[in-house]
Design a binder for this molecule. Structure first.
Ligand code: GLC
Length: 757
């Protein structure tokens, strides 16, 4: 029996109900349950169902985009587009142990599933989600490991002409099989919980990504200075070491915004303590660093040292805030401080208590928080996490097993910390970095991909990992540049810094006991190359900031696989080592030792070699020479790119903003400007300048329009690429003489420049 509900339909069969709810014409939730009550959603989903135009005829539901056919005997569904193409068909479903098997019909590739090793396209592979301290269970990140620090039970199936996404809203351990066990079956299942998933359809994969972001939210607009270069090490062990790094950066002329303190700043690894012997005059030190343009981030792990007299431990114990073991006692595991207990972040009051503990650090001048070991990691068990039968409590006092909460533990900690930072510093955008995450965690924290190694394979594999994270809603991401575990070397650091300069989080980090890998550690050549690319990062920082803003509004990632914009070109479906940085820049890192050239696929259209200005026709493979100081970068005709003059740190001084126009196609660009720091933009304190470029056989017309003017617009200088004729140029109707490299100063943000072809 199919019944209408407020947002869709319920189908009932004996003791089983299927609730079909619409979030848009192309976004449908399928929730199965044994009671006539919708299963609870996890913390990932923030969207609400919408009243949608739907009609039911017999067992067929039609929206403006989809036709859903329900088998009333089995509750299996088949989904078609309006032209009658089969998009998805259930082969088998089970609700005891939640599982769906779908027919693998037309999908050319499968993507998403967040932070996973191996190639971009997951077709023919299987994976699982259980947040894991990877180095705890394996010597190295490698493609045979399925479980990483992060769990995002979302995947995308696509071919040239269409795409869909399935978000399986289940926080238990989940499994995905993309045609591995049987080549015509794709399946997902979980150890517990409900069969509750969302189907998102569109012709374009980009719309599927936006649909997923609608369900699970987007990253908040980050601080601009945290997009600068970040330097870390486990550990800068005392004040002298940290200050030396800070001073050396400036002396070498390496731009740098953020420095980190890893676990050794604490007393015996007790969270919310500072070792004042190693870091004497902590507050004064932070003040000095601030004066030099640095922001300092400190690590906070969830494990609280069990120690009588340690106020955080005792306070949490007195309030009964720790996760319990199966017998109802505080569960004691082992992390850096030895015996440790774990706050039960499932409860709001625990999160609020935890948040409040950050107060002193912030007052001292700490500007960001780094949440590590939050899978949570536990050295005392074989699985390297706390036992699945540990017990959490909800706000209503209901008990939940850790097996259900585990994958969300890091995100729950992030929620507490993010909200706490907002409360403690209401007009400063929080910076929070996390290792463990669940779907939706992008709303609270940036993410780094954990303990990689200083090996070329990890440089290479980071790219598909980033692209799949981007497709899974995570934009603010990065890996430890230079590699964390093991010794790095000059060539590897140089190549890794080239890629790092184009990842939203750009942090060099290395492990205790390994060789130091700050930019100056491997000789003059490496220093010059890393410096060149860190500077390039700062040249593109306004461009990146604008991409981040766009992502905060839409969920579109900064780092995109080529098929994101060239889906109809099948050659792009398996490109692992090139990515788009926004729509118009393509980055092609070198990921092999000794390589001084590589093959590059140039997608359709006309492109410019960023370094030489040479024009290249798309739709072909080329070999690009790339000696150690060259990272191949391409810019698409029609691109309009803002570029900054390099500073030592973001906001150091006001400089001219250069706007680069790449002729050869029409283009437009919205430049967004604000203070990069506060929430005043929410009240309209920002500026928006729209640039357009129209290029046809007779003339090139470049115009700008100030659409909002509530934040200072800097001086602008224009650079036009790809135009030979420098005669017959007018600026605002006046004849203009242009120089060799076609740069033009404008004294007003609004202008019109015409070049006769
Ligand atoms: C974990 C982190 C690493 C950190 C180390 C010490 O291994 O992933 O980044 O440096 O712990 O805190």
């Amino acid at each position: 029996m199919i019944r209408k509900t407020t947002y869709g339909y319920t189908v009932e069969k004996k003791d089983l109900y299927l609730d079909i709810a619409f979030y848009a014409d192309n976004i449908v939730r399928f929730a199965y349950s044994t009671e006539e009550k919708l299963p609870d959603s996890t913390l990932a989903v923030i969207a609400k169902p919408q009243k949608t135009e739907v009609e039911l005829e017999a067992n067929v539901i039609k929206t403006n985009q989809l036709k859903i056919v329900i088998d009333e005997d089995t509750l299996k569904v088949s989904i078609y587009d309006l032209e009658g193409n089969l998009l998805s068909r259930d082969k088998a479903i089970s609700t005891d142990k939640p599982k769906v098997e779908k027919q693998l019909i037309w999908e050319n590739g499968f993507y998403g599933v967040g932070e996973k090793y191996a190639w971009l396209n997951k077709k023919g592979t299987e994976t699982a989600n259980w947040n894991t301290d990877v180095l705890g269970v394996a010597p190295l990140h490698n493609p045979r490991l399925k479980e990483y620090h992060t769990s995002i039970p979302f995947y995308i199936g696509l071919d040239n002409e269409k795409a869909y996404g399935i978000y399986f809203d289940n926080s238990h351990r989940t499994y995905f099989d993309f045609g591995k066990t049987k080549d015509d079956v794709v399946s997902f299942s979980a150890e517990g919980g409900n069969l509750d998933y969302y189907f998102i359809y569109d012709k374009k994969v980009s719309e599927v990504v936006k649909g997923y972001s609608l369900l699970t939210g987007t990253m908040p607009l980050p601080r601009k200075d945290f997009l600068g270069y970040q330097q870390c090490r486990w550990s800068y062990e005392n004040r002298e070491q940290l200050m030396e790094v800070a001073t050396r950066m400036r002396k070498e002329g390496i731009p740098c915004d953020v420095l980190y303190l890893d676990i050794d700043y604490m007393v015996d690894y007790k969270v919310f303590t500072v070792d004042s012997e190693k870091f004497n005059e902590f507050r004064e030190m932070l003040k000095r660093l601030k004066g030099m343009g640095y922001k300092v981030v400190v690590i906070i792990d969830p494990g609280v040292k069990v120690e009588e007299g340690y106020s955080v431990y005792e306070d949490g114990k007195a309030r009964d805030y720790y996760v319990k073991d199966a017998e109802g006692k505080d569960y004691v595991g082992e992390v850096w401080p030895g015996d440790a207990v774990f706050p039960d972040f499932l409860r709001k009051e625990v999160r609020e208590w935890w948040a409040e503990l950050h107060k002193d650090l912030l007052e001292d001048g700490v500007e960001g928080i780094w949440n590590d070991m939050n899978e949570p990691s536990d050295f005392s068990t074989e699985t390297k996490t706390i036992p699945e039968d540990c017990v959490h409590k909800t706000d209503d006092g209901e008990e939940k097993l850790h097996s259900e909460i585990h994958n969300m533990y890091g995100t729950l900690e992030a929620i507490g910390t993010y909200e706490g930072l907002r409360k403690l510093q209401p007009n400063k955008r929080p910076f929070l970095l996390t290792r463990a995450a669940f779907a939706g965690c992008q709303r609270y924290a940036a993410l780094w991909t954990g303990d990689n190694s200083s090996i070329w394979e990890h440089l290479e594999s980071s790219m598909p990992m980033f692209m799949n994270l981007g497709l899974s809603g995570y934009t603010f991401i990065g890996a430890d540049v230079g590699g964390f575990d093991g010794d790095s070397n000059g060539e590897l650091l140089a190549r890794w810094t080239q890629l790092g300069a184009f990842t939203p989080l750009f942090r060099n980090h290395s492990a205790q006991g390994t060789i130091n890998q700050e930019p100056w550690c491997f000789g003059e050549e490496t220093l010059e190359i890393t410096k060149k690319y860190i500077k390039l990062r700062y040249e593109f920082i306004t461009y990146l900031y604008n991409l981040m803003r766009h992502s905060s509004l839409t969920g579109e990632p900064v780092m995109r696989p080529l098929f994101y914009h060239y889906q109809n070109d099948e050659k792009t479906h398996n490109i692992n080592d090139q990515f788009l940085y926004g729509e118009n820049i393509m980055v092609c890192p070198i990921v092999r030792p000794g390589a001084d050239r590589r093959m590059i696929y140039i997608p359709e259209g006309e492109w410019y070699d960023y370094w030489t200005g040479e024009k290249i026709e798309g739709g072909q493979y080329i070999i690009k020479e790339a000696p150690i100081d060259i990272l191949p970068i391409y810019v698409k005709a029609g691109a309009i790119l803002p570029k900054d003059e390099v500073v030592e740190f973001v906001g150091q001084e006001e400089k001219t903003l250069h706007i680069h126009f790449y002729a050869g196609a029409n283009g437009e660009y919205d430049l967004y400007l604000d203070d990069g720091m506060s929430f005043e933009y929410e009240d309209g304190v920002y500026s928006l300048v729209k640039f357009t470029m129209e290029d046809n056989k007779e003339k090139l017309v470049i115009k700008s329009e100030v659409n909002k003017d509530n934040y200072k617009i800097p001086a602008l200088k224009l650079h036009i690429h790809g135009v030979d004729n420098k005669a017959n140029v007018t600026l605002n109707g006046e004849n203009l003489e242009v120089n060799e490299d076609f740069t033009v100063d404008v004294d007003k943000a609004e202008f019109e420049l015409v070049v006769e072809r």
